[in-house]
Design a protein around this ligand. Structure first.
Ligand SMILES: *[C@@H]1O[C@H](CO)[C@@H](O)[C@H](O)[C@H]1NC(C)=O
Ligand SMILES: *[C@@H]1O[C@H](CO)[C@@H](O)[C@H](O)[C@H]1NC(C)=O
Ligand SMILES: *[C@@H]1O[C@H](CO)[C@@H](O)[C@H](O)[C@H]1NC(C)=O
Ligand SMILES: *[C@@H]1O[C@H](CO)[C@@H](O)[C@H](O)[C@H]1NC(C)=O
Length: 431
């Protein structure tokens, strides 16, 4: 970033529209002192803002950013050709470009361009136009342009080697791509923050971009995922998915994600089905449901984590009446787990204990939620010994030979905190 140079600030509020060639001219050709207040913000990345070619002509750096200049047209093409012939990355975000002919003119004079950012140019009313083919274009960013789908297709048709396309925040309520066309080189599609509401949109994306590897589709209104038979043969290469904040509310939907055959990296935050679970359970349930996923919400799932998650998932459903299919599949893998041994870490409610007083031994069911004081009151009734005169000792059956009785001195302490279990002993003595 150190060589990114901010030359002018943005004064777009009061700024008249201008052409790209004017913006370049003002910046590079005319005397800067003659134009003390420039409307443009120009970033230059590279060793030096401009340089001379062997023939003495000024050549701009390969990465050129002209934001908020109110550029709405190409201008003098010869000028663009002269200055921008070698530009590879062009960021014209936050301008006023919406005429495809003008965009075409600009692109024609940057034959080396591989990246184009047109975000925040309002293209809502742009008119369909055939663009000149641009084989070098790899990435196209059209966030927040409200660009109609027909024009997205104009771009796709003209850019056969496009690999990355951004269509976020475009106010789409559906995907409208022609079902008879395929763009086989597109690998990454970003289509976040559009109020898409049907899985049919996903299906259409799969049909149109058969080799997609990454589908970033956060913040949609899609409520459910239908039968995989209708879509599982699409997306043969999809590895990465972001479905954050999708409105999925049934675990069946999560299970169906496994029909993306190559899926290994998924983000699934903020989906309604997770609401009732704790933070840890969310992750564990998702891991348990998605056996081939190796990254969840951006962090790797290690073998140990998967094992623990799957076991926790089994135990979670041991006490439930209805168990999902996945429960039985995982039980096949991990065997039947004992809910008592390593599951139920919540305090037990009661314990059957032996109580010794003088020569007498009796059994007693104690409520472990009680305090020491409350137990003393119970024993006081039983043995006719005032609590104030009573000493109470606890004998852990496993520790009996090692450390002997432990006096319960703290009246307010809850009994469960002593880890009392069935078969332990209490010794009552008088002071
Ligand atoms: C494209 O432009 C938008 C708006 O200025 C900006 O936020 C984004 O970072 C740009 N993208 C790239 C990759 O330069
Ligand atoms: C970019 O331009 C240079 C010089 O004009 C050329 O040698 C190079 O092959 C071009 N790169 C691409 C990707 O077309
Ligand atoms: C818009 O495009 C840029 C890439 O230039 C990307 O980083 C950003 O996350 C996109 N999405 C949104 C919602 O801005
Ligand atoms: C997603 O995973 C990350 C990392 O494990 C975690 O911090 C985040 O809370 C998770 N969010 C949800 C909603 O599961």
């Amino acid at each position: 970033m150190s060589n990114r140079l901010i030359i002018f600030r943005c004064f777009f509020v009061t700024m008249p529209s201008c052409s790209l060639s004017e913006a370049l001219e003002i910046r590079y050709v005319e005397d800067i002192d003659a134009n003390p207040i420039e409307p443009c913000e120009i970033f230059l990345v590279g060793s030096f803002p401009g340089r001379s070619s062997p023939s003495g002509r000024l050549v701009l750096p390969r990465t050129l950013t002209l934001n908020c200049c109110n550029i709405d047209r190409a201008g003098v093409l010869r000028k663009i050709d002269e200055l921008c012939h070698d530009v590879e990355e062009l960021d014209l975000a936050q301008n006023s470009l919406n005429d495809l002919n003008e965009i075409d003119n600009i692109l024609q004079h940057m034959p080396n361009l591989s990246f184009l950012n047109l975000s925040y140019n309002d293209m809502k009313n742009a008119i369909t136009e055939k663009l000149t083919e641009r084989e070098n274009l790899r990435s196209l960013v059209l966030n927040c342009t409200y660009i109609p789908w027909s024009i997205v297709c104009n771009f796709l048709d003209a850019m056969p080697n496009l690999q990355e396309l951004h269509l976020s925040l475009n106010d789409y309520s559906y995907v409208d791509l022609p079902s008879n066309k395929q763009y086989k080189n597109l690998k990454q599609l970003y289509i976040c923050g559009n109020s898409l509401s049907s899985w049919n949109d996903v299906i259409l994306i799969g049909k149109t971009f058969p080799n997609l590897e990454s589908l970033i589709m956060a913040n949609t209104q899609i409520p459910s995922i239908p039968e995989p038979s209708t879509w599982e043969n699409l997306f043969q290469r999809l590895q990465t998915i972001n479905f954050n904040y999708m409105l999925l509310s049934d675990w069946k939907d999560i299970d169906r994600l496994n029909h993306f055959k190559k899926l290994e990296d998924i983000r699934l935050q903020g989906i309604p089905i997770l609401d009732s679970l704790s933070e840890l359970e969310r992750r564990q349930h998702l891991i348990a449901y998605l056996p081939s996923v190796i990254r969840l919400n951006g962090s790797a799932i290690l073998q140990k984590e998967r094992e623990d998650a799957e076991r926790a998932f089994i135990r979670y459903f041991l006490s439930e009446q209805e168990r999902p299919k996945r429960f039985y599949e995982l039980e096949e893998i991990h065997g039947k787990l004992d809910p008592l041994v390593d599951v139920d870490l919540s305090p037990k409610k009661t314990a059957q204990v032996f109580v010794h007083f003088c020569e007498e031994q009796s059994t007693l069911t104690v409520n472990l939620q009680q305090s020491v004081q409350e137990l003393k009151a119970t024993l006081s009734d039983k043995f006719g010994l005032r609590p104030a005169k009573m000493r109470l000792f606890y004998i852990d059956q496993d520790m009996k030979d090692v450390c002997g009785p432990d006096e319960l001195r703290y009246n307010n302490r809850k009994l469960y905190s002593y880890q009392i279990r069935d078969g332990d002993e209490f010794l009552v003595d008088s002071k």
